[in-house]
Design a protein around this ligand. Structure first.
Ligand SMILES: CC(C)(COP(=O)(O)OP(=O)(O)OC[C@H]1O[C@@H](n2cnc3c(N)ncnc32)[C@H](O)[C@@H]1OP(=O)(O)O)[C@@H](O)C(=O)NCCC(=O)NCCS
Length: 158
């Protein structure tokens, strides 16, 4: 199994996958339009040609990227698909030479495995004053904010 960049015809499947967990409150639902707009951020893993997992790397600012919408089809979980997707995002982040990557998640223990550490959401002001304001839960965010420093000396100016 390997991660590959999403194709435009993967978008309906990505939308269905993300929103299947969104409707259970396990991640934020995303409108179809947002997935098309950000399609170039997405990686997918396929099995027998079908998308079984997705994940995205989104550029927020000069020195800050977000891993988002990591989702694996229920029957395919626990086989390494989620890790392949997160690692693909982190490899791309490293190739862009950014200092830090963050994630907002209800599954902090999964992201700890990659070196992410919990922080206060209010330490991510560009995120809070940008996309978060459009979230239906704003300002009562109940996700875990986590950061991975790709450059140990980083003092990112968010
Ligand atoms: C969280 C999720 C992406 C993990 O994907 P996955 O393909 O099952 O993960 P992997 O098979 O790569 O798991 C790698 C390791 O992490 C562990 N792991 C998986 N999910 C975990 C979780 N929620 N908490 C802690 N550890 C977890 C696995 O047990 C495995 O451990 P091992 O290497 O010791 O066997 C998947 O369960 C999912 O899609 N959940 C619903 C959506 C969601 O919550 N997404 C989170 C991002 S916002």
């Amino acid at each position: 199994m390997k991660a590959e960049k999403a194709r435009i015809d993967d978008v309906p499947r990505i939308h269905k996958l993300v929103n299947s967990f969104g409707s259970q409150g396990l991640m934020l639902p995303r409108p179809l339009s947002e997935i098309y707009e950000n399609m170039r951020d997405f990686y997918v893993v396929r099995e027998d040609g079908e998308v079984v997992g997705c994940g995205a790397l989104h550029i927020c600012w000069e020195d800050l990227l977000e891993v988002k919408s990591v989702a694996v089809l229920e029957g395919n979980q626990g086989k390494g698909v989620g890790s392949i997707l997160v690692n693909a995002c982190l490899e791309e982040a490293k190739s862009l030479d950014v200092a830090e990557v963050f994630v907002l998640t209800y599954e902090p223990d999964f992201f700890v495995r990659f070196g992410f550490k919990q922080i206060d959401l209010m330490d991510l002001p560009r995120k809070v004053w940008g996309e978060c304001q459009r979230c239906p839960k704003y300002p009562d965010c109940d996700e875990n904010a986590m950061v991975l420093k790709l450059k140990p000396q980083s003092k990112a100016k968010w």
